[in-house]
Design a protein around this ligand. Structure first.
Ligand code: 0A1
Ligand code: ZN
Length: 872
C-alpha cells in the first residue's frame, strides 16, 4: 500500500558523492503480460575513477521489485552475495568492470501512484522523473549516471499494436499472437529520461527538416477518438523546433520525435528522450472542446518539453538539487517562445501575474525554499513554482544583465562545453560570467536564498535633482533566519506630469537600469521637474515593490506608461487600495467604483488596440490575493468586498460594458490574437454586467451558452450562469454534462466550474460531486478539477466558518494519499495558509491535518509537517 509513512530520509546537497560505478550500457527487455510484467536488465558496469570509493560494492535502487534472478558475469548470484530490503539492492565483491543481469517482475495494473510503469485507459506507459525508474528495474537511479539504452518491448499484438521506447526502432518481429520491437537510443541519458509506451493508439504524422537539412519524423499519438485534437500540438512543435534553431542555434538530434497523450498523469508532461509523454490536458486541443487558454497551454508545454531536449537532456542535472538548472532555464525558454509567437507584452503580464499570485505566496509561507534547495525528503515535492517560475526569473535577470548577444554566446558555451554531461547551476552561471566578464558571485545568492525580497523605495526632488532611496530586505524563511543583500536589477523610467518619460542622462536615455546590491542605496538623476517613477519595468526582478504611489500617480502610470507590466501593476494597486477599504465596509463600493470610473473608461476606450491587454488591466485581483493582504483572513468579508466592487463597476460603467460585449461579438470562429482577446473582453464585460444585475444579461449569456462558436464561449457562458446564479444555471449544467460526458477534459471543466462557484454552499455541492459517476479518484486531472480548485481558488468555500471545507479537504487528502501520494502531497499545499487563519479556523484545520498526518505517505507527510510546524 502506498500510504505507509515509513523510511523518511533527508537528502543533503552537502553530502553529494560521485557514483561509485558508471553504467556504460543498459539492455532492457520488457515483457508485458496481463497481471505481470517481466523486466530483464543487463547493466554493463565500470568503476568510476572520479569516485574516491574503491570498486567492490554497488548499491542500486529498486522499489518493491520481485526478484526472479540476479546474475553477475554469467554466474547466478547467491543470497549471501547481495542484500535487498525492498528499496536498495546491495551487491558485494564486484570487479571494476562487470555485467549485472537482473530479472524482476512488476504489476503495472496495480500502480495507481503513476510512477514507473503503469496503465492508463488500456495503454501501458512510464513516468520515471524523478525516481520512477527504480520501480521498473534495479538501477543507480540518480541523474549523474548517464547510460546508453537499448530496449526491447514484447506484448500481445492485438492489445498493444504499438510498442515505443526512446531513440530509433532497430529491430522487430512476431511470436504468434505477440510481437516485439527493439529501440536503440544513441545518446547516453540518465534513467529519469527513459520511456516506454505500449498501446493501441492513433497517430498524426508530419516531418521537419532541420536547419542543416536532416529530416525528422514527427509522430503524435493519442487514443483514436482524439486524433482530431492533435493539429495544434503538431504546429506548436514545428514552431518550437524552428525557434530553437533560430534563437539558440539548437537542432534536434534523433530521427524521430514522438509525443504520446495519456489521460492519467501526475504533472503536465515529461521530456523523455525522443518520446515525450503528455497529460492529455497539455497536448489535445480542438476549438469545440478546448478553451483559448487551453490552446496557449498546449503551445507552451509542447515547446517546454521540446526545449528540454537541450536544456535538460543533452545537458542534464548532476543531482536533484540542481533541478532548476533545467527547469528554470527551460521555463525561461518557453516563455520567450510564447512571447515571440503571440503578444510579448501580454505574455509578460500573464507570467508575472502567475508568479506574484502563486510563487510569491509559496516563498512567503511554510513551503519556502531556495531555487537550489540544500535538502529534501521527497524530491517529488520540489517540483515547485519556486524551482520553475522563480528559477526562470533568475535566468531572465541574467539574460537582461548580459544582453541578448552575450547571453547567446554564454548559452552556446554552456551547451557545447557540457554536452553529454550532468552539471550544476554553478556551471551555468560560470558560462554567463565567462562570456560577459561580469562577476556574478553575489548574484548567485538568488539560488541559495529563499524568500521574496522587499524593495522599499522613497524619493525626493530638489532643484533639478531627483533621488531614489532604495532599501532591500528579505524576510526570514524556514531554516534561513538571516538574509544577505541580493543583486536586484531595477529597470526604471521617470514620467513627467503628462505621463511622458523624461531624459535621464546626457545621452537622452528615457529608461535605465540601476543595480541594487546593498541594503540601502540612493540613485540620483538630473531632471527638470518632479516626476512619477515607473519602477521595475518589465518586472525586472522578482521582488515586492513598496513605493508610496498616490492614486493620481497610479492613474498616470495606467494611462500613459509604455511598459505593459507597469500599467498592469498600477491597475492592480488601484484595485487593491479600493478593495482593502471595502473589506469590512462593502457599502462604499459605489463611491469606490465612481472614483475608478474615469481611469477605467480610458482603458476600455483603448481596448480595440489590444483587447487581451485591456482584459488583463480590467480584471480585479482574486479573492485569494486580496485575502493575503488581510490578517487574520476573513474570507467572507473579502468575498463581499470583491463582489461589491465588481457589481458597482458593472453599474457605473454599464454603458461601456454593453458596448464592449457587443463590439466583440463575432459570427465566425477565429484563432487570431484579436479574436482571442475579444473573447476575453466580451466575457469580462458580461461578468461585470452579470454582477451588476444588468437588464438583459441573462438572455445574452444564455444565448451565448446555447450558440457558442467555441469552448471558450460555451464554458465562459456556463461559468457566468453558475457563478452569478443566473436563471437557467442548473439546466445549463445538466445540458453541458449531457453533451460532453464523453470528453474527459471538458468534464474536468464542468467539475471545476461548480467547485469554484463562490459561496460556502459549494462545499456540499462538491461533496455530492465526489459521488458523481464521472468522478474518479485515480484520475489526477479530475481530482484537481474538483478538490484542487475548491481548495485553491474558492477561499470562501474552503474556509467556510463551520469547518465543512476543511473536512472535505482532509477526507480527500487521506483518500487520495492511499492511491497517489504525489498528487496528494501537491494538493496538501492548499493548507499552507494555516497559520494566517483566525484561531477557530486554525484549530479546525490543524486538527484535520494532524489526523491525516498519522497515516500519511512520506510524500504527504513532508508537506504536512512543514505546514503544521510553521510558526511564522
Ligand atoms: N520534467 C517535467 C515535469 C515532470 C516532473 C515530474 C513528473 O513526475 C513526477 C512528471 C513531469 C517538466 O518539466 O515538464
Ligand atoms: Zn520542465
Amino acid at each position: 500500500m502506498e500510504g505507509a509513512n515509513t523510511a523518511i530520509t533527508t537528502t543533503r546537497l552537502a553530502d553529494y558523492q560521485p557514483p561509485v560505478y558508471r553504467v556504460e550500457q543498459v539492455t532492457l527487455d520488457v515483457d508485458i503480460h496481463p497481471g505481470q510484467t517481466r523486466v530483464t536488465s543487463e547493466l554493463q558496469l565500470q568503476h568510476n575513477p572520479d569516485s574516491d570509493q574503491p570498486a567492490g560494492e554497488l548499491v542500486l535502487n529498486g522499489e518493491a521489485l520481485v526478484i526472479e534472478s540476479l546474475n553477475l558475469d554469467g554466474e547466478t548470484l547467491t543470497q549471501d552475495s547481495y542484500h535487498y530490503d525492498g528499496h536498495l539492492l546491495t551487491v558485494r565483491d564486484l570487479p571494476a568492470q562487470c555485467v549485472l543481469t537482473s530479472v524482476v517482475t512488476i504489476e503495472p495494473e496495480k500502480n495507481t501512484a503513476l510512477e514507473g510503469l503503469y496503465q492508463s485507459n488500456g495503454m501501458v506507459c512510464t513516468q520515471c522523473e524523478a525516481e520512477g525508474f527504480r520501480r521498473i528495474t534495479f538501477f543507480p537511479d540518480r541523474p549523474d549516471v548517464l547510460a546508453r539504452f537499448t530496449t526491447t518491448v514484447h506484448a500481445d499484438k492485438a492489445t498493444y499494436p504499438l510498442l515505443l521506447s526512446n531513440g530509433n526502432p532497430v529491430d522487430w518481429g512476431e511470436e504468434g499472437t505477440r510481437h516485439w520491437v527493439t529501440w536503440d537510443d544513441p545518446f547516453p541519458k540518465p534513467c529519469y529520461l527513459f520511456a516506454l509506451v505500449a498501446g493501441d493508439l492513433a497517430c498524426l504524422e508530419d516531418s521537419f527538416n532541420t536547419a542543416s537539412g536532416r529530416p525528422v519524423a514527427l509522430r503524435l499519438y493519442a487514443e483514436h477518438r482524439d486524433l482530431d485534437k492533435l493539429d495544434h500540438a503538431m504546429q506548436s512543435l514545428k514552431n518550437a523546433m524552428r525557434w530553437d534553431e533560430q534563437t539558440y542555434g539548437r537542432e534536434y538530434d534523433l530521427d524521430i520525435y514522438m509525443i504520446v497523450a495519456v489521460s492519467h498523469f501526475n504533472m503536465g508532461a515529461m521530456e523523455n528522450k525522443g518520446l515525450n509523454i503528455f497529460n492529455t490536458a497539455c497536448v489535445l486541443a480542438h476549438p469545440d472542446t478546448t478553451t483559448d487558454a487551453g490552446f496557449q497551454r498546449v503551445e507552451s508545454v509542447v515547446a517546454h518539453e521540446y526545449f528540454h531536449n537541450w536544456s535538460g537532456n543533452r545537458v542534464t542535472c548532476r543531482d536533484w538539487f540542481q533541478l532548476s538548472l533545467k527547469e528554470g532555464f527551460t521555463v525561461f525558454r518557453d516563455q520567450s517562445f510564447s512571447a515571440d509567437m503571440n503578444s510579448a507584452a501580454v505574455k509578460r503580464v500573464e507570467d508575472v501575474d502567475f508568479l506574484v499570485n502563486h510563487q510569491f505566496p509559496e516563498d512567503q509561507g511554510p513551503m519556502a525554499h531556495p531555487v537550489r534547495p540544500a535538502e529534501y525528503q521527497k524530491i517529488d515535492n520540489f517540483y515547485t513554482l519556486t524551482i520553475y517560475e522563480k528559477g526562470a526569473e533568475i535566468v531572465r535577470m541574467q539574460y537582461n544583465l548580459l544582453g541578448p548577444e552575450a547571453f547567446r554566446r554564454a548559452s552556446d558555451r554552456y551547451f557545447e562545453q557540457f554536452d553529454g554531461q550532468a552539471v550544476t547551476c554553478d556551471d551555468f552561471v560560470a558560462c554567463m560570467e565567462a562570456e560577459s566578464g561580469l562577476d556574478l558571485s553575489q548574484f548567485k545568492r538568488w539560488y541559495s536564498q529563499a524568500g521574496t525580497p522587499v524593495l522599499t523605495v522613497t524619493d525626493e526632488y530638489h532643484e533639478g535633482q531627483y533621488t531614489l532611496h532604495v532599501r532591500q530586505h528579505t524576510p526570514a524563511t524556514p531554516g534561513q533566519p538571516d538574509k544577505a543583500p541580493l543583486v536586484i536589477p531595477v529597470k526604471l523610467a521617470l514620467l513627467d506630469s503628462n505621463g511622458q518619460a523624461v531624459a535621464m542622462d546626457e545621452q537622452g536615455n528615457r529608461e535605465t537600469v540601476v543595480i541594487v546590491d546593498q541594503s540601502e542605496q540612493s540613485f540620483r538623476f538630473a531632471v527638470p521637474e518632479a516626476v512619477t517613477p515607473s519602477l521595475l519595468r518589465g518586472f525586472s526582478a522578482p521582488v515586492v515593490l513598496d513605493y508610496p504611489y498616490t492614486e493620481a500617480q497610479l492613474a498616470t502610470l495606467l494611462a500613459h506608461d509604455s511598459d505593459g507590466y507597469c500599467r498592469w501593476n498600477a491597475a492592480q494597486r488601484l484595485y487593491f487600495s479600493a478593495l482593502d477599504r471595502l473589506v469590512g465596509d462593502p457599502g462604499q463600493a459605489q463611491s469606490e467604483a465612481l472614483a475608478l470610473k474615469p481611469v477605467l473608461e480610458r482603458v476600455i476606450e483603448r481596448a480595440k488596440e489590444d483587447p487581451a491587454q485591456a482584459a488583463l488591466l480590467l480584471t480585479l485581483p482574486t479573492e485569494v490575493a486580496l485575502g493575503d493582504r488581510h490578517s487574520p483572513l476573513d474570507p467572507r468579508a473579502v468575498h463581499q468586498a470583491r463582489r461589491a466592487l465588481t457589481g458597482a463597476l458593472g453599474q457605473v460603467l454599464e454603458e461601456q460594458w454593453q458596448a464592449q460585449q457587443q463590439a466583440w461579438q463575432r459570427q465566425d470562429f477565429s484563432m487570431e490574437g484579436d479574436a482571442i482577446g475579444g473573447r476575453q473582453m466580451r466575457l469580462l464585460a458580461l461578468g461585470y454586467l452579470a454582477a451588476a444585475g444588468s437588464a438583459g444579461v441573462t438572455e445574452t449569456v444564455g444565448e451565448l451558452f446555447g450558440h457558442p462558436l467555441c469552448m471558450t464561449e460555451e464554458l465562459g457562458a456556463l461559468r457566468l450562469l453558475v457563478h452569478h446564479g443566473l436563471p437557467g444555471a442548473d439546466q445549463a449544467l445538466a445540458d453541458f454534462a449531457a453533451r460532453w460526458q464523453g470528453e474527459a477534459l471538458v468534464m474536468d471543466q464542468w467539475f471545476a466550474v461548480q467547485a469554484t462557484c463562490p459561496g460556502e454552499d459549494t462545499v456540499s455541492v462538491a461533496s455530492a460531486l465526489l459521488d458523481h459517476p464521472a468522478f474518479e479518484w485515480t484520475l489526477p486531472n479530475r481530482v484537481r478539477a474538483l478538490v484542487g480548485t475548491l481548495v485553491n481558488a474558492n477561499p470562501v468555500a474552503f474556509h467556510a466558518a463551520d469547518g465543512q471545507g476543511y473536512r472535505f479537504f482532509c477526507e480527500a487528502l487521506a483518500r487520495l494519499d492511499a492511491i497517489n501520494p504525489q498528487v496528494a502531497a501537491r494538493l496538501a499545499n492548499g493548507a499552507a495558509r494555516l497559520r494566517r487563519l483566525e484561531p477557530q479556523r486554525q484549530a479546525m484545520l490543524e486538527k484535520g491535518l494532524q489526523g491525516v498526518q498519522q497515516k500519511a505517505s512520506a510524500n504527504l507527510s513532508e508537506v504536512l509537517s512543514r505546514i503544521l510546524t510553521d510558526r511564522s
